[in-house]
Ligand binder design. Structure first.
Ligand SMILES: Nc1ncnc2c1ncn2[C@@H]1O[C@H](COP(=O)(O)OP(=O)(O)OP(=O)(O)O)[C@@H](O)[C@H]1O
Ligand SMILES: [Mg+2]
Length: 280
């Protein structure tokens, strides 16, 4: 596995691979790798000839008072995991490689970024859209792989790729979960033992909703109210529970085909997100 720190070297390599008709597949991450990230790598290996995994804790997608400084950065362990999983290029730029001094350019996906997580994390998706655009231009991949765990992010990036005419396939991978159902996430490491137990209420309430819809429930309001009740706990604060159209992310009062349940909660200080499709 080759380790690359400079954007210029990364781009030169990408252009060289392109001239050799080698398909490069990009897996963007913030590191602190877990099996969810590695599932993206497995998918990437199916899609092309070479895999580049980027590890970049992107400052512009963190809000004031969020965890940018304390975000875990176990770089050596990440390198080992990536190498063991067959990553070809480990791209780990410093912030100055991604954001040149004096930079003034941002990318915004307007409507899709507004609601859900966007309403609770102002500027977050602007940071995501900007950094992903840069990674696309630096790495020039044939395809890029993202997790459905961050469902709004996936929709934002699909829209971005279309709107800016990126000749890049955007591939979504289903959420990888712990045996008990909790979605894998780097931030799960912040949870203490009790909080880890409490966090389980999130996937459990989403699974309950899937069954309720299968059994005929069609009112989003009923689903949301029950979940809000089930999530009552001194350590939980609900950011949102929303039934939305799976492409436009518009709220749906009535469940229909293409409906998806998205939720974000805080357990103590730790923000957790999860989502599942609701099939009639
Ligand atoms: N459990 C998972 N299953 C599938 N993909 C995942 C999972 N967790 C994260 N990903 C994907 O990995 C990519 C990189 O995400 P990121 O580095 O933010 O990891 P994360 O686990 O979401 O971390 P954090 O908890 O800090 O948000 C994203 O495309 C994200 O959707
Ligand atoms: Mg994440």
């Amino acid at each position: 596995m080759k380790i690359i720190e400079s954007s210029q070297n990364m781009q030169s390599l990408a252009l060289e691979l392109k001239s050799l008709k080698q398909k490069l597949i990009l897996v963007p991450t913030m590191g602190a790798l877990h099996e969810g990230h590695l599932a993206l790598v497995d998918q990437a290996k199916q899609l092309g000839d070479k895999v580049v995994l980027s590890v970049f804790v992107n400052p512009t997608q963190f809000g004031a008072g969020e965890d940018f400084e304390k975000y875990p950065r176990p770089l050596e362990k990440d390198q080992e995991l990536a190498q063991a999983r067959g990553v070809d290029y480990f791209f780990v730029p410093k912030a100055s490689e991604v954001y040149p001094a004096g930079d003034q350019t941002v990318v915004m996906v307007t409507e899709l970024s507004r609601g859900l997580c966007g309403a609770f994390r102002p500027g977050h998706f602007r940071g995501v859209a900007t950094v992903v655009t840069k990674l696309f231009l630096i790495c020039q991949p044939h395809a890029a792989v993202f997790g459905e765990k961050d469902y709004q992010q996936l929709q934002v990036i699909k829209r971005l790729a279309q709107d800016l005419h990126f000749p890049i396939k955007i591939i979504g991978v289903p959420t990888l979960r712990e045996k008990d159902g909790l979605a894998l996430s780097s931030r799960n490491a912040y949870l203490n033992t009790l909080q880890r137990q409490i966090a389980l209420k999130l996937p459990q309430s989403l699974q309950w909703a899937v069954r309720a819809v299968q059994q005929g429930e069609q009112e989003s309001r009923v689903i949301k109210e029950k979940i809000i009740q089930d999530l009552q706990d001194p350590q939980i604060k609900i950011d949102y529970i929303e039934v939305v159209d799976s492409e436009t992310l518009e709220p749906l009062p009535k469940i229909k085909a293409q409906a998806r349940l998205l939720a974000a909660i805080r357990v103590g200080e730790t923000r957790l997100i999860d989502n599942l499709p609701l099939k009639l």
